[in-house]
Design a protein around this ligand. Structure first.
Ligand code: ASP
Length: 499
């Protein structure tokens, strides 16, 4: 009898759906907290009121709907001596009163939905572990098959042009959506005050990271002072730079000297590709764990509060996925859309559940070479570069977020300011590292450029995780689209292999 076999991408999709269900069933309760003090941990269920006291005076008092504020309030006391003076008085719904001193922290109570996250973390670590040796080895081998540096410059020129083009369109789409929907005008002043208060500490810790983006420094930093440090730090741009130069110059030394090195890296890159395939066997379970943990931890109330903002970003991202890439794929690369997206199914789900272009990169390279017909030397050049600098989803999100915050603060955004947003969102998205949540930090550059208060990021922090997952998908689709288009224009694109 023939055994019925579920394909890996269907398994991953099932993992994603089941993970979302599991996470919502085993959701962390909004009415439970765990108080950790030097005398131990205690789980508190059904509290009616939480008061922070210093001596006999009440510092602040929270009701049952303020779990996040309660957790964050204690975090504001960074000085241990001051913290030691703080007492918590918790009144339960039953009327019972509890006091806690010698406080360490107050946390949410982890549910089963969140406890399984380590399975997902192992998966992400495995992918990250593969990314650097894979990029370095395959790019070095790929560059060794290029005839000269002029060839690299031509491919590089085309790649950057497409990256810029799609990023600018993405930002314009975001601005159009923000102007049409005007999500900021749906927010009542009391919600604004509540969000600013709840997320103010997290916002200021992000603002303190002191971001900046300078194109000259960016180019200077492409050149690694020490390529081994670049590898150790996982700095893809520097790795790409060094690998290309080494690969190209390997072709210019006698064969008996270069062959061993090229064969060595060829072997390493083949082993890494094989490892990606094996790691992907874990993907259904890892995706289940990651999605479950995110859903379990997510505060759905906040989603309601910021619904119009989330809808604006999501609509913009969908426009990229449903109209922009398909149109460009047909018109510029003359490729079929459905097979392209079918080939990218797994890649998109991994991007969505890890929120990290860097973690998705190894799978993306494998799929580009094996399914999209992109030759190794183009895939291993365009994709790592794209993962690091080309982020259409992030750029769109930064533009919408800036407009949203401006609307909530009642700041007029005229055409000049919106053009400034186009320019700074391009820069901010280039500067965004391909890991979860950095898009939000780089947003500060955009806000600064048009005089929007930086602490406004507190308004959108609560839903950033979901939007991060969503924006990472176009971030990587755009890179694969570029790899296909560049390969096509070079006349080296093979047939797509999709079952
Ligand atoms: N998570 C995004 C990525 O890895 C970056 C961001 O927008 O935060 O592509």
């Amino acid at each position: 009898m023939k055994k019925f076999k579920v394909k890996i991408h269907s398994k991953i999709l099932i993992g994603l759906i089941l993970g979302a269900i599991f996470g919502s069933v085993f959701h962390m309760s909004a009415n439970e907290i765990e108080v950790v003090s030097r005398s131990g941990k205690e789980k508190i269920t059904d509290f009616a009121e939480v008061k922070f006291l210093k001596g006999d005076s009440v510092l602040i008092s929270y009701d049952a709907n303020s779990q996040l504020s309660i957790i964050r309030y204690l975090k504001t006391f960074t000085d241990k001596k001051v913290k030691d003076l703080i007492k918590v008085k918790i009144t339960l719904k039953s009327g019972e009163v509890k006091y806690f001193t010698n406080l360490i922290e107050i946390t949410k109570v982890k549910s089963a939905g969140a406890l399984i996250k380590p399975v997902g973390d192992i998966f992400i670590r495995l992918l990250n572990m593969i990314a650097v040796p894979l990029v370095f080895a395959s790019l070095l081998v790929g560059a060794a098959s290029l005839s000269d540096l002029r060839h690299v410059a031509r491919v590089g020129g085309k790649t950057i042009t497409i990256f810029m083009f799609t990023t600018i369109i993405a930002i314009v789409v975001g601005l159009v959506m923000a102007n049409l929907i005007q999500p900021g005008h749906f927010m009542p002043p009391e919600t604004k005050a509540m969000l600013l208060q709840t997320y103010s500490d997290e916002a200021s810790s992000k603002i303190q990271q002191d971001v900046s983006m300078n194109m000259i420094d960016f180019f200077v930093n492409l050149v690694p002072k020490n390529p081994f440090r670049a590898i150790a730090d996982g700095d893809f741009l520097q790795i790409v730079f060094y690998a290309i130069l080494t690969g190209v110059f390997l072709t210019q030394v006698p064969k008996d000297k270069s062959k061993t090195i090229i064969d060595f890296f060829d072997g390493l890159s083949s082993a890494m590709i094989l490892l990606v395939e094996k790691v992907m066997l874990l993907a259904p379970y890892a995706v289940f764990a990651l999605i479950s943990a995110t859903v379990a931890e997510f505060g759905f109330n906040i989603l309601q509060t910021l619904l119009m903002y989330v809808v604006t970003v999501m609509t913009g991202l969908l426009i990229l996925m449903i109209f922009m890439y398909p149109t460009l794929l047909k018109v510029v690369a003359r490729q079929k859309v459905i097979p392209f997206y079918k080939a990218l199914r797994q890649v998109m789900i991994v991007a969505f559940s890890t929120s990290s272009s860097a973690a998705t990169l190894p799978l993306e390279i494998e799929v580009a070479e094996k399914k999209l017909g992109v030759p190794n030397n183009i895939a291993s050049f365009v994709l790592p570069l794209g993962a690091t600098v080309n982020m259409d989803g992030t750029a769109l999100y930064q533009a919408v977020a800036a407009m949203f915050i401006a609307q909530v603060y009642g700041i007029e955004m005229d055409l000049t300011k919106q053009i400034t947003i186009v320019v700074t969102s391009v820069l901010a998205s280039i500067g965004t590292a391909p890991v979860p949540g950095v898009g939000l930090i780089m947003l500060i550059i955009v806000l600064r450029s048009v005089g929007i208060p930086e602490e406004g990021i507190a308004l959108i922090l609560g839903v950033d995780r979901v939007l991060d997952m969503a924006r990472t998908v176009p971030n990587i689709v755009s890179d694969s689209f570029t790899a296909v288009t560049v390969a096509k224009s070079e006349g080296v694109l093979g047939e797509m292999q999709v079952e």
